[in-house]
Design a protein around this ligand. Structure first.
Ligand SMILES: [Zn+2]
Length: 210
């Protein structure tokens, strides 16, 4: 899931306006930002399918640090503390942890049964697998993004957020609908790099225009 996470960031910003927008955007991105560093480091493992760009064929073999509910949330605490300390704003700590945990919760809707709960060996893994129905997942994620963003923002920021979300969601079209062509992403490191660029650029652009 990609743009859906950012709708929750807008909601958190509406609920806690004292927390700067870039901070909530980074909080909901935190699991994937961490993942994009741990994959090339060889600590977390993902296998892509060279023959298809569809999300359902991506095998998330191991990502206990970035994508478990318990361990992932624990790891978000020091980052929340660090940002709260730098900005002298203690509310950031619980908001950052909530944003990071929301990422895991939303991921459980689309992922296949690969998301660990605790983050340790022999852990139970969950995922409702909406990605198995790519076109439906595409629609559901954008409807969710639109409804939550409509509730969270208003005026020009709302317009910009809807355009930005639509544009970024459209970039992912092929991962939902597939195509006759092979997967243009050639390696797990390239896939991790794309996640870093995707989450990073959405956060940057949204922070500038909203
Ligand atoms: Zn994720």
């Amino acid at each position: 899931m990609f743009v859906g996470h950012f709708a929750v960031a807008f909601l958190l910003w509406r609920l806690f306006p004292q927390v700067p927008l870039p901070v909530v955007l980074i909080s909901v991105s935190f699991p994937d930002l961490l993942w994009s560093l741990l994959v090339p480091a060889g600590i977390e493992k993902v296998r892509i399918n060279p023959d298809s760009p569809l999300q359902k064929f991506i095998v998330f073999e191991k990502f206990p640090y970035s994508h478990s509910l318990v361990l992932g949330s624990v790891l978000s605490i020091p980052i929340g503390l660090l940002i709260a300390g730098l900005l002298n704003n203690p509310v950031i700590v619980p908001v950052f942890v909530a944003g990071s945990a929301s990422h895991w919760l939303l991921d459980t809707v689309v992922h296949l049964k690969d998301l660990p709960i605790l983050g340790f060996d022999g852990d139970r893994k969950v995922g409702a697998g909406l990605w198995k129905r790519g076109p439906l997942a595409f629609v559901v994620e954008f409807v969710f993004y639109t409804i939550v963003t409509l509730f969270a923002l208003s005026g020009l920021p709302l317009v910009y957020a809807l355009i930005l979300g639509g544009a970024f969601h459209a970039i992912n079209l092929r991962s939902f609908f597939g195509s006759n062509r092979k997967n243009s992403v050639k390696s797990s490191n390239a896939y991790a790099g794309l996640a870093l660029v995707g989450f990073g650029s959405f956060t940057l652009i949204a922070s500038l225009i909203i």
